[in-house]
Design a protein around this ligand. Structure first.
Ligand code: UDX
Ligand code: ADP
Length: 457
């Protein structure tokens, strides 16, 4: 079968995998290939045991795989054949050198750019899908276009706004698609090519065209604003715990104002995930580099508030469990950074588990999808942490249960049964505000909730 265009994605991770699968599904006229240096990952994408858990993803993969969606590790061959290349490699926070702990580590991106130049024999459109610091396109253009093959690359910024756990829905029904380009004749032509891909399922008014720098920076800013909302409501949750106010009631009251809106106002143990912290740190680093100290400090506080929220949670456990956690069995219900994903990157549960170990607690973790990643993340602690599939089993003889992830499963458990099996006094800490607190209190739990004084339950 002949295809109109050959679209390649370099990087088969949480962003590249679902995004390109949906593009393949919506554009049967194009051939979509996903490559990765990680052979195991590429092999897994070709089975029904996909390398990432995302509701609905397997159905879309099954519809497209082998028809117009392909996976490969032959990166040079696929680069050479492609008309359009999405770059979706990881850009973690630097762990060394200048900008350590803040700046983005662009080594994988740069390697990819060099791989593209080496393998290409024709001009192509290159799309930044990974989140990148503003003005990265300039560096990419420089690497790509300083070739002596007489070929030209147009660099487009098309950041991905999907959230994990709802990726397929977000990709199929995006609030907006952002496509930034150079505003030259060539740049605009390349931009239109990408617009035409999305037009297969996204209405034109939801496709935002901008210059390439606005597009790059918008992604960082969107994540910074979302994270800021969580830190803002979490700061208020601390205030609520010392007054008679209830943070859930506050969220409802302020969210009813259409200017504020009711989404992203759930107080919690803190935000996790691969994006928020990394992107804000990146924003802080860029601002510092430009001498914009006040701007840098402003955004850095969003992260400080998040760290404070995690620490506060453990401190509260300590103070309500008679100032000692040593040898107490504490069970974390959930380890994923949010529900409906197995992803544990930057999960608050990791920091909580570490702090509990520092207090010499016996830590048990249960999670329906994230135990494999939890074991990898916490490998350094060996058998000081126990991993248990069944939450009832995990909670047996425990002193405390702490809700870390808002899995629906945890809302539906029989807490009477859990209470019966625990040591008394049995404590429960709802780090996600998802349980029926007055019922828990009735059962006999010492109940502790984010943003609510225990006397008010
Ligand atoms: C985020 C952005 O939402 C998405 O647009 C971007 O592309 C990537 O980063 P993601 O990290 O997958 O997506 O999940 P998100 O739903 O934003 O949640 C991030 C964290 O915030 C989670 O730990 C979640 O539990 C927490 N959160 C979210 C809260 O604590 N309270 C809320 O009200 C909402
Ligand atoms: P994200 O959440 O941004 O998708 P992931 O870490 O899940 O991040 O995915 C990034 C993917 O990019 C990984 O599977 C990694 O193996 C892949 N990758 C990194 N560098 C390269 C490279 N030079 N060539 C091909 N794939 C790469």
């Amino acid at each position: 079968m002949s295809f109109e265009k050959k679209i390649l994605c370099i990087g088969a991770g949480y962003v590249g995998g679902p995004t390109m699968t949906v593009i393949a599904d919506k554009c049967p006229q194009h051939k979509v290939t996903i490559v990765d240096i990680n052979e195991e990952k590429i092999a897994a994408w070709q089975t029904d045991d996909l390398p990432i858990y995302e509701p609905g993803l397997l159905d879309v993969v099954k519809r497209t795989r082998g028809k117009n969606l392909f996976f490969s590790t032959d990166i040079p061959k696929e680069i050479d054949e492609a008309d359009i290349i999405f770059v979706s490699v990881n850009t973690p926070t630097k762990t060394f050198g200048e900008g350590k702990g803040k700046a983005s580590d662009l080594q994988y991106l740069e390697k990819t750019a060099h791989a593209i130049v080496e393998a290409s024999n024709s001009s192509k459109i290159i799309i930044e899908k990974s989140t990148l610091p503003v003005r990265t396109a300039e560096a990419l253009e420089k690497i790509l276009n300083s070739n002596d093959k007489g070929i030209h690359f147009d660099v487009i910024s098309n950041p991905e706004f999907l959230a994990e756990g709802t990726a397929i829905h977000d990709l199929e029904n995006p609030d907006r698609v952002l496509i930034g380009s150079r505003e030259t004749e060539e740049g605009l032509k390349a931009r239109q090519t990408i617009v035409d891909i999305y037009k297969n399922w996204v209405s034109d008014e939801r496709i935002i065209r901008s210059n390439v720098w606005s597009s790059e920076l918008s992604k960082l800013v969107a994540n910074a604003f979302l994270a800021q909302r969580i830190s803002s409501i979490n700061s208020i949750s601390a205030l609520c715990e010392h007054t008679g106010a209830d943070v859930s009631e506050i969220s409802r009251a302020i969210g009813a104002d259409s200017r504020i809106g009711n989404k992203f106002l759930n107080a919690s143990i803190g935000f996790g995930g691969s994006c928020f912290k990394k992107d804000i740190l990146n924003l802080v680093y860029i601002s510092e580099s430009l001498g914009l100290t006040e701007v840098a400090e402003y955004w850095e506080n969003v992260i400080k508030m998040n760290d404070y929220q995690e620490k506060r949670f453990v401190k509260r456990m300590l103070s309500t469990m008679f100032n000692t956690l040593a040898n107490k069995k504490i069970v974390l219900f959930g380890f994923a950074f949010k529900a409906n994903t197995g992803d544990t990157r930057e999960t608050p549960a990791y920091y909580v588990a570490k702090m509990l170990l520092e207090e010499h607690a016996n830590v048990y973790i249960t999670d329906p999808k994230a135990l494999k990643n939890a074991k990898i993340d916490l490998a350094e602690f060996g058998n000081r942490i126990k991993y248990v599939d069944d939450p009832y089993e995990a909670a047996k003889d425990a002193d405390a249960v702490a809700i870390m992830t808002e899995w629906d499963l945890y809302k539906e458990l029989d807490y009477k049964k859990i209470h019966d099996g625990m040591r008394k006094p049995a404590h429960i800490y709802d780090g996600r505000n998802i349980l029926d607190h007055s019922k828990l209190k009735e059962i006999g739990f010492d109940t502790h909730v984010i943003g609510k004084h225990s006397d008010n339950i």
